[in-house]
Design a binder for this molecule. Structure first.
Ligand SMILES: Cc1cc2nc3c(=O)[nH]c(=O)nc-3n(C[C@H](O)[C@H](O)[C@H](O)COP(=O)(O)O)c2cc1C
Length: 223
């Protein structure tokens, strides 16, 4: 086994989990994940990632506030714009991921009520005991967001290596007012995404599918 084999095994073990058990992680495990991810690189070493990480009993009220916002407001108002469209080939990737999830959950394509309920599950973090709300200083522009993305990859890798299940969630960023009312997020920061953390609920239909990846030639040009 090379070091890359070890890393690959961790990356391949990671998957977005959408059904969690309720018991919280040890505080030490949470701290280990985020301490490990401090090793992430960033442009000029500015280390722009910021996260507020909840544990019970702080997680549920945040979820309740988001569910109220998502149920009432009816539209999203993210501080960092969501994609307006998904041109090909992104559209096809997005559709096949959605289809696989709904198939696993036995939700019919035209069952709007069930799809809406499944979407609302985002805002209770799929019952995860912890959620991290990820922000960064907007004055750094898109390269700050790039740094945060790299860091997020480190967080996901460290969590997987410690046997912790995760789901990154941009959907949460759709309701910044609700998040800002509940959390001390600096005005200079923008909200990028959430991250659910906990233990996977084994056997849950929402966890019973895997996404696929294109061969490397679809993404990378070697000259
Ligand atoms: C930045 C980011 C935001 C995401 N937002 C959501 C989300 O709001 N809800 C959700 O269920 N999954 C979300 N995901 C998970 C993706 O759907 C998932 O990573 C993708 O389908 C690949 O599947 P995998 O993570 O299981 O490999 C997000 C992932 C990333 C990286």
């Amino acid at each position: 086994m090379t070091e890359l084999d070890d890393l690959l095994a961790t990356w391949r073990a990671r998957t977005s989990v959408r059904a969690f058990r309720s018991e919280p992680l040890d505080r030490g495990v949470l701290e280990e994940i985020f301490s490990a991810a401090q090793a992430a690189p960033s442009w000029c070493n500015v280390q722009p990632w910021r996260a507020i990480v909840t544990s019970p009993p702080r997680t549920a009220p945040l979820g309740a506030a988001l569910v109220r916002a998502a149920s009432g407001q009816g539209f999203l108002a993210p501080e960092v714009p969501f994609p307006k469209e998904y041109p090909s080939p992104h559209r096809e990737h997005r559709a096949s991921c959605g289809k696989a999830l709904y198939r696993a959950m036995d939700i019919a394509r035209d069952d709007q009520a069930a799809r809406h309920d499944a979407w609302l599950r985002n805002f209770v973090f799929f019952d995860a005991p912890h959620v991290a709300i990820v922000t960064y200083d907007a004055r750094l522009g898109p390269y700050g967001a790039l740094d945060v993305g790299i860091w997020l990859g480190y967080v996901l890798t460290a969590a997987t290596a410690l046997g912790v299940a995760t789901c990154p969630m941009a959907s949460l960023a759709g309701y910044p007012k609700a998040l800002r009312a509940e959390l001390p997020i600096p005005e200079t920061d923008v909200i990028l995404c959430g991250l659910a953390l906990g233990h996977a609920l084994d056997g849950a239909p929402a966890n019973a599918f895997r996404t696929t990846r294109e061969p490397v030639a679809a993404n990378i040009t070697f000259l």
